[in-house]
Design a binder for this molecule. Structure first.
Ligand code: 6PG
Length: 484
């Protein structure tokens, strides 16, 4: 009898191919399929040569090769291609079979698809998969959510192929219903945007303000990687700074300063506005890419818009240590804001998220993997009801220790005219969050003055609203109150 496979993967781009090879390494038999069928043969002749991977040349054939209940993982581009593949699969799958979307899908699409497929008797999982090519091959972080009945079907495979924490715990666990897995992946990517941007701002200040060379900064990042900042992104920054082009010059300095994005950071900001959560550092990180994309305009502006001289005169070594501390403090704000969104999303979409466990999923395998995530896990373990990371003792103490440096770095950057939008917005958030009274009393007064939008008083019951006829000329009719 022909051997039946454990799982099928559709989509043989980088992530799909590497996940298949990873599953094969762990003893699973995988059927590989791709819309452009010639890619299947190429894969079998090259990367999958000598493995147990089976090639299929049609969806019908692929489905016929699977053990029941069938498990089919989609590794295709997010958006319409996912819906198109689902429609094709529905012709051949039977009730109880399972489809997993391992791409960067928008969580609202995953909510819709989970419901639609449930109505068709098919179990659906939207799984965030992080770690790039290397992660997919050697162990990614996997964030599955969707129809919970599907979890036992794929749990063993996913846990086996995932990255493990230093204690050997798989960086893969069930996240929650419908779109929860893809939401957590979107939050991961948003934090990734923040982590990348704060590193770039630190580099910019050291390069322009202190005039440090790539080699000198390589040493600094190597040192920072032995501190609380120890992480994959600091590690690759260290290595990038040491990398030389063919002429012996640092390659990084020859790379065009214009960044693109694939959308997950933008989705997160849009969602944060829907939820009313101020993810200011992450927003600045996304906008920093938008500003970078205006390269031609920036070149013209640089010729006419003058700023201060950008060289720091003072204790350079001391400033480097201040930058390290400011980076750590800003990073704490980034994760704080990311987790604030997770808390609010859980309420809004009815997910029972385990925040400590989410930190554990990101501990290894993914792009934001770092020692720092242990501290987040500990914070939620100590207090599962922790409302905000900044209120945890460890993070409060680190911020206390870093605060003076954080302020000094931002003041220096302002004086030198070097943009540090994510560092600065992080500090502004911190100062706003710890402010028991904001100047919004005046804002409310203005809204009531020009639009009769009403206000509440500190000396009256919370449900009572007031309107003042500020000029004596307006009427006494107040506008209705509502919040978008
Ligand atoms: C990962 C990454 C990956 C993501 C990009 C973001 O976790 O492996 O997050 O999934 O697509 O890194 O890409 P952009 O920077 O192009 O938006």
């Amino acid at each position: 009898m022909e051997k039946k496979a454990d799982i099928a993967v559709i989509g043989l781009a980088v992530m799909g191919q590497n996940l298949i090879l990873n599953m094969n390494d762990h003893g699973y038999t995988v059927v590989a399929f791709n819309r452009t069928v010639s890619k299947v043969d190429d894969f079998l002749k090259n990367a999958a040569k000598g493995t147990n991977v089976i090639g299929a040349h049609s969806i019908e054939e692929m489905v016929s090769l699977l053990k029941v209940p069938r498990k089919v993982m989609l590794m295709v581009k997010a958006g319409d291609p996912v819906d198109a593949e689902i429609q094709k699969l529905l012709k051949y799958l039977s009730p109880g079979d399972c489809i997993i979307d391992g791409g960067n899908s928008h969580f609202t699409d995953t909510i819709r698809r989970t419901k639609y497929l449930e109505e068709n008797g098919i179990l659906y999982i939207g799984a965030g998969v992080s770690g790039g090519e290397e992660g997919a091959r050697r162990g990614p972080s996997i964030m599955p959510g969707g129809n919970e009945k599907a979890w036992p079907l794929v749990k063993d495979i996913f846990k086996a192929i995932s990255a493990k924490t230093p204690d050997g715990v798989p960086c893969c666990d069930w996240v929650g219903s419908d779109g929860a897995g893809h939401y957590v992946k979107m939050a991961h990517n948003a934090i990734e945007y923040g982590d990348i941007q704060v590193i770039c701002e630190a580099y910019h200040l050291m390069k322009l303000g202190l005039g440090l060379s790539a080699d000198q900064m390589h040493q600094i990042f190597a040192e920072w990687n032995t501190t609380e900042l120890n992480s994959y992104l600091i590690e690759i920054t260290r290595d990038i700074l040491a990398y030389k082009d063919d002429d012996g010059e640092p390659l990084v300095e020859k790379i065009l300063d214009k960044a693109g994005q694939k959308g997950t950071g933008k989705w997160f900001i849009v969602n944060s506005l829907d939820l009313g959560i101020p993810v200011t550092l992450i927003s600045e990180s996304v906008y920093a890419r938008c500003l970078s994309a205006l390269k031609e305009e920036r070149i013209k502006a640089s010729e006419v818009l003058k700023g201060p001289v950008t060289h720091f005169k003072g204790d350079a070594k001391g400033l480097v240590e201040d930058i390290r501390k400011a980076l750590l403090a800003s990073k704490i704000i980034s994760y704080t804001q990311g987790f604030m969104c997770l808390h609010e999303a859980a309420k809004e979409y009815g997910w029972d998220l385990d925040y400590g466990n989410i930190a554990l999923l990101w501990r290894n395998g993914c792009i934001i993997r770092s020692a720092f995530l242990d501290k987040i896990k500990n914070a939620y373990e100590k207090n599962p009801k922790l409302s905000n990371l900044l209120l945890d003792d460890y993070f409060r103490e680190v911020i206390d220790d870093c605060q003076a440096s954080w302020r000094k770095v931002i003041m220096t950057a302002v004086e030198l005219g070097i943009p540090m939008p994510s560092f600065s917005s992080a500090l502004a958030f911190f100062d706003g969050y710890r402010c028991a009274k904001l100047p919004v009393n005046l804002l409310q007064a203005m809204r009531d003055y020009f639009g009769a939008h009403t206000y509440k008083r500190i000396d009256a019951p919370a449900d009572q609203v007031f309107h003042t006829n500020w000029t004596g000329r307006g009427g006494d009719v107040a506008s209705g109150t509502y919040t978008v």
